[in-house]
Every structure is written in structure tokens, then in C-alpha cells.
Design a protein around this ligand. Structure first.
Ligand SMILES: [Mg+2]
Length: 181
């Protein structure tokens, strides 16, 4: 059977939210990037932890998951953000662009309906900082129906931590598919 997908968010996971005083973690380095559709003289400043690239590569190299960007950066995740972390060109979920003013227009993460359709019956571990209780219920229901689903939710001010990936690896290695491999 196929390995589970690893769906990766960026904002609040690899790019932390600034603290109230505008500061970002000392671990992160500043980059100015020009997202698709933006003019070169109007870049966006992002903060990235150079340790995240090797951390993610350690997981990717196990072959236990199939990594895919799942972020409103869409293709720019592949072409702009990933390379800054030394990551290979990962594919991405081509999310829609809904006209919404909240990330939970129906009480759950706006990406979820699209992800649900995209995944079909594939198992998945999904890292995003913005799940609600309804998303966790969705994951539990998928798992109960035999489609293993793990949500990992970093604190958006701290972003992805090594323990998140340790938990991911433990979870994946305990799946029936991993044991059978
Ligand atoms: Mg996010």
C-alpha cells in the first residue's frame, strides 16, 4: 500500500507568527521573497528556521511518507520556500482561492474540503497550525473508518518543533502498512 501523505502547511508552521512585540524566534533567518503575481519591487519578508530543512529531510528520506505542500503559498511553496530550506521540489495541493475573511468559514479549516477530496481514501498526516475541533473530529472519523489520519498542530508562534516530527515518525511506523513493508 502507498505510504501516507504528509501535508505541510507553511504559515504558522515553518514561518512563525510574530509575537506581540513583532519579534520572531532567534532561530529564524530573514528572507525577502517575491510571490507569484507580485512585483519584484514589492517583496514579502518571511522568517525561516534553517534547521527545518534537515529535520524534514530526515523524515522524507525514510520513505515512510509522501510529502506534499498544503498551503496558501501553493506553487510558491515549491519554487520559493522549499528551496530556501534546502528541500527538493515537492508537489503541492493546488488549493482554491475562496473569498473568505476567516480561515474557518464553516467552523473548520477552509482547506479541509479540498484536502478531503484530494486525499480520497489515502492515509495522511497533516501538519497545520489552524485546525479546529471539527477538523480533529474529521480526522478521528476517517481513522475510525480505516483511513489512518493524524493531525499535528504546532503553536503558530513557535512553529514546527522536533517533537512534532518524532511523533509523526512514531505514528507512521506503527501503521499496519509500515509493519507489512
Ligand atoms: Mg497556517
Amino acid at each position: 500500500m502507498r505510504p501516507p501523505y504528509l501535508l505541510l502547511d507553511i504559515d504558522g508552521v515553518l514561518i512563525p507568527f510574530p509575537n506581540a512585540d513583532g519579534s520572531t524566534p532567534a532561530t529564524h533567518a530573514r528572507h525577502d521573497v517575491v510571490p507569484t503575481g507580485r512585483s519584484a519591487d514589492n517583496p514579502v519578508t518571511v522568517w525561516l528556521d534553517p534547521a527545518h530543512g534537515p529535520m524534514l529531510m530526515d523524515v522524507i528520506r525514510t520513505g515512510l511518507v509522501t510529502p506534499v505542500w498544503c498551503t496558501s503559498w501553493r506553487q510558491d511553496a515549491t519554487t520559493l520556500i522549499g528551496p530556501l530550506l534546502g528541500l527538493p521540489a515537492l508537489s503541492y495541493v493546488d488549493l482554491p482561492r475562496p473569498q473568505i475573511t476567516t480561515s474557518h468559514p464553516n467552523g473548520y479549516l477552509w482547506k479541509r474540503d479540498h484536502v478531503d477530496a484530494w486525499l480520497g481514501d489515502a492515509p495522511a498526516v497533516w501538519i497545520d497550525d489552524d485546525f479546529t475541533g471539527l477538523d480533529h473530529a474529521w480526522a478521528a472519523e476517517r481513522t475510525a473508518k480505516g483511513t489512518s489520519t493524524l493531525l499535528i498542530q504546532p503553536d503558530p508562534h513557535h512553529g514546527l518543533q522536533p517533537a512534532h516530527l518524532t511523533g509523526l515518525t512514531t505514528w507512521v511506523s506503527q501503521l499496519p502498512t509500515a509493519r507489512a513493508a
